[in-house]
Design a protein around this ligand. Sequence first.
Ligand code: TMP
Length: 215
Amino acid sequence: MSKIPPRFITLEGIDGCGKSTQARLLSEFLLGRGINTELTREPGGTRIGKAIRQVLQNPENQEMIPETELLLYLADRLQHLQEKVVPALAEGTWVISDRFHDSTVAYQGGGRNLDLAFLDSIVREKIQPFQPDKTFVLLLSPEIALERLRQREANGGVGLSRLDLESVKFFQRVDLSFRELLRREPKRCAPIDASQSIEKIQHQIQSQLPADWLL
Ligand code: TMP
């Protein structure tokens, strides 16, 4: 197995942008290069996280207030970091996570318009030390992304989750917030045009991995 230091890579984007497929393809690519890789996700990357995910996704939970939602995502993240991400990196395994903290900033901060300032100390102490080395932000128009989700459900695929039932306006705010992230952190975050074919999107992702990571 490779001697290259392990990297923490995250994929972000609105629902329906195709990032789960891309995360899987990226992990297969890295495994093919002999790099030990763990593919994981938020919410739901741990046993406890799976239970939290069910509560968050269940469309019946309409009475959930935005602060409950926020703290459940955070609880999932802290469990995931300590139980899975940190131990994997410590043993030299690369970690690819389908979503991480940028999703909270975009969905709960941007989409729900919550002031996240009260989380500052917990974010600074418990999350920022594990900032991803690279984040791919898949960009797709919210109208197209929502149409894809509806088609998927109509074709008998995954049903719509509690968040998927939000308005186009909600996803426009989330999309805007991801675009702001790209402006704020151009070194860590790379924009990916998610309107292309699966192969072309994966090519964009692989070509933006720093060359010295794969030596
Ligand atoms: P997924 O289906 O891409 O795994 O994402 C689950 C849903 O949770 C998706 O609608 C985005 C949302 N989400 C947040 O609102 N905040 C977060 O911090 C995370 C990680 C996900």
